[in-house]
Design a protein. Sequence first.
Lengths: 341, 620
Amino acid sequence: MNKTIELKVLSKKDFETDQDVRWCPGCGDYAVLSQVQKLLPTLGIPRENFAFISGIGCSSRFPYYMETYGLHSIHGRAPAIATGLKLSRPELSVWVATGDGDALAIGGNHFIHAMRRNIGLKIVLLNNRIYGLTKGQFSPTSIIGQKTKSTPYGNVDRPFSPTALALGAGATFVARALDTDLPTLGNVLKRAAEHRGTAFVEVCQNCNVFNDGAYATLTDKATRDDTRVILEHGKPIIFGKNRDKGVRLNGLKPEVVTIGENGITEADLLVHDETVPGSILGVLLSQFEGPALPVPFGIFRAVEEPVYEDLYAEQAASVRSQKGQGNLEALLNGGNTWEIA
Amino acid sequence: MNTMGKLSAAAVVGQQTDEPDSIVIRFVGDSGDGMQLTGSEFSKIMGRAGFDFATHPDYPPEISAPAGTLYGVSGFQIKLAAEGALTSGDKPDMLVVMNPAALKTNLPDAKVGATLIINSGTFTQSNLDKAGYAGNPLEDGSLDGYRAFPVDMTGLTAASLADSGLSKKEVGRCKNYFALGIMLSLFDQEPEVEIEDIKRKFAKKDPKIAEANITALRAGFGYAEATELFVPPSQSLRPQSAPGKYRSLSGNQATALGFVTASEKSGVPLFLGSYPITPATDILHELAALKHFNITTFQAEDEIGGICSAIGAAYGGVLGLTTTSGPGMALKTEAMGLAVMLELPLVIVNVQRGGPSTGLPTKVEQSDLLQAVYGRNGECPVPVIAARSPADCFECAFEAFRLATKYMTPVILLTDGGIANAAEPWRIPDVSSLPEMKVTFRTDPEGFMPYARDENLARPWVRPGTPGLEHRVGGLEKDFSSGNISQVPANHQHMVETRAAKVAGIAKDIPPTQIDGPSEGDLLIVSWGGTFGSVTKARDAAEKFGKSVAHVHLRHLNPLPPDLGDILKRYKTVLVPELNLGQLSRLLRDAYLCDVVSLSKVQGKPFMVAEILHRILELA
């Protein structure tokens, strides 16, 4: 690269489009958009090298509001489209904006295979536990018993955890944040941007129209300190208003204990480690649910593993070094040929 | 509609269509007997000797069905011709039969009096039972009227390999080379060329197997030379291929090479996103091996992932390609609609097979034409072209990307399981004589509008990474020029009509339609895709009957050639033979308010020349 070219210093404004943002007033998506627009100018990547790919749903309107390259595609397919883009143009920073229905129901297959492959995509899943754009049906993350338009007597369809799914599929970077906890949201997005390989961020986001209060106990000032825990690498799992509660492992069973009671000290607590080989710790944490356990936010797992597009490029380079750059004439004349005089 | 209900009459006609300058041979045996290999090796050797040929592999969907069963029979048919083989032939003049089940299932197809070379070593009571024979056909007179030559290939191969140190099972696998040896002797070819091939094929894996196959080949060759049992079946057959350098090429190989050529000639990398499906997968195999070219292949998690990754690549500014067969096309439908809205160049290959649903995965059919032309939600025009022969796949693959990039549109290329797996000699073109493909990317931010159009109604192609051209595209209807989301009623009508006009406008790019035969008259045959060879041969045969018949073969199916409507009007009757229930017939009636006579066949098999000729003689 020519070092004399001065890169324009970009600001959040440079990543805002002239389109009116058409999410409902009060939607949690606004916070995510704003955090992403704030983050991108800090990454040292030229604006034209960003591409945002989305599927269908409220969250998938995201690209229209980003002054970058963008593609608003079809339901559930954004990871597949982004994979083709990233593999053919690995120098681009490719982001996927998706939702719980888009990524986990109709697009579940593309989602798990993106995680498995460890291709360099940043996948941000806005999880409001409801279908918003179709006006209120249950999603794969809606809780049992939830009354929605398609479950008027309550949902009997068991939900799963997006982070557990991602970890189970072998994701190398998995994080979770709340739309209202901006410091954690900003931090996990930054770490996701810096991660090489597939980076998955679940944002628990309130749909104030069709599923208002889905995360209320996690966001309300009165309860949140006792219901959630922010994960910190190398630190014990401690939470509570007075930071006197912790989680320890009893065999494989996590349990809440009070520090200072029954001789319990910090040394007894489960210590978070983003880099544990395998995804066992991440999966364990991702299954912490209230009220018995605090719900974790932050980075569940961040490990360096071979990246798909790197492996692909290395293999292609090695074939080239053995065979030389492909030659069309030689190719057409290959195989068993014969001359007719 | 005329279905194939008159086979007995056609069979009589078939006896009269004998082409004196060709011979049809079919190798038949168990799926594990190596018939596909034997047949394709034999084809290659005869091609090298200067013959034109066309092949038709016919194998069961099971990888290795239980031995000796009727449904486990695998066949490979080849027609050798002095020139212009075009089809793999109707009825075999010669069968190479490896077991009773193969005899049982294939004898009815053979010509009366056909030459049968039979591995008598497999005619055991147990195999006869499995094939449902009450008696042994080699002994009970049921082969009277044929020139049957029983040879104990199993026993003779085993004897020749007695000292090889191989197991009985391994020895058993060499008998197809014994059969090939016999055939080389019969057709005056030296075994040396094949021996080189065997060494290349097997030596790395296991030199002992290579040696055994060579021994079996020589043994078969020597046996045929020594016994002088056989009379060469067609003394008069002499090769007449035009001078040049040739190779044997299957349709799927040709398709792959055509795409590589499109990439090399345009200077734009190629990206294939694909999911394995019979009979299209070989295109993925071919391209996956070419990593030293500017080619990326991606085996996706499913068919939808295949096309969607290709769309992502096309958005990234490379040639996006996806390859599949009927059921996969159904899955890709929604994404094709997206590509139409995004107006990005993309090529979708459908190697058609028997449908609906899983249908007949390994058999030939042309029943996805209407799906290709119409099968999407909304007003969703996609150009459709079809290849007519294995070698034509090369040109069609190139043409598909030429149209896709020039008009910024997805293009569907239809081939079929027949031409995809069939092989023919391909005269290798000089690279410099191949057309160039000009592709430009917009880089100028000044006045940039994502959906502003050129004289072909194509919008600009922009590579992400180009400063100042950041823009959003998507599946929602968009404003005519800015590309921003638009729900304005008049704008939608304008966009729908513009997308339709863009694809319709491709008609001006189609060369004048070639008519074989009189330019007006009583009967015109219109065909498309893999039936080209059968129809051409049928027309030739009809001429010998003194009938004046014209033939038009279509490559472009959407849009249709601009001169086609006028051509149709110049004939009293239009006959459209198709391996479906009349899909092109519907398109022609719809486009030209012109009635056509449909000749339909859906049996998983190509047309026999006689079947088409029979209908011609009824009409002309």
